[in-house]
Design a protein around this ligand. Sequence first.
Ligand code: ZN
Length: 275
Amino acid sequence: MPMNGKFVITCACTGAETTKQQNPALPITPEEVARTAEECRVAGAAILHLHVRDDRGQPTQNVARFRDAIEQIRRKTDIIIEITTGGAVGDTAAERLQPVMELEPEMASLDCGTVNFGDEYIVNTLPVMRDFAAAFRKHKVRATLECFDLGHVYASHYLIKEGLLAEPYHYGFVLNVPGAVPYTVENLSAFMRAMPAGADFTVMGIGRSSLPAQYGAIANGGWIRVGFEDNVFFSKGVLATSNAQLVERAARIGHEAGLVPATPDEVRSYLKLKA
Ligand code: ZN
């Protein structure tokens, strides 16, 4: 078991696609996101996966928006900030990468391939992934290697062989995106087997798979991501009252398995994040 009985909870509190119509408690403004970050940290999250929105609530990769949100989060909590480079459907690669280059966060997501995303699709060619990985390395940003498909895990091996990624490797398995791979124990196992030896992974179950995916993660030594980006419900037909409510449950699930949520500083040390 990695980290001596600790496990890591990430909260993806906003995302690009979720709306206040789907859950009125969705944090949108930098103030709301900062308050959420503080609550989630108290509930047991060590990492905040960050998307930002513009004044109309639409997703944006605008650097000033990210800077504002990060400054407000930093005033409230020591949580690790992981910026998205997935952005929203339709963003160009350059737009998606801009906040990493300018703001040099401790962590950021790095999508490892092309995939259906409902009726839309996410495009990441190997040349784009190489550019992203090289930028991450240059700016000392730890990647969460987001894999929506089994082929994405194998594609990550090219980046490793080419020396574009530094250890320790941390994967994010995104399961149950419509049009991609459903969450099942067998599918999670296949993703795990395709990882390089010794890598860590966070499981993200989208929609109704969120809860089974959390149990799957814990049973296999993985880490958990929850939050309104992935799922706005607490249980069938019942909206979550806050992101922190979902983090609290993830902490309880780990607790029942004899695990304690790692603190941000423990994760900083374990994943060798820059000082
Ligand atoms: Zn995201």
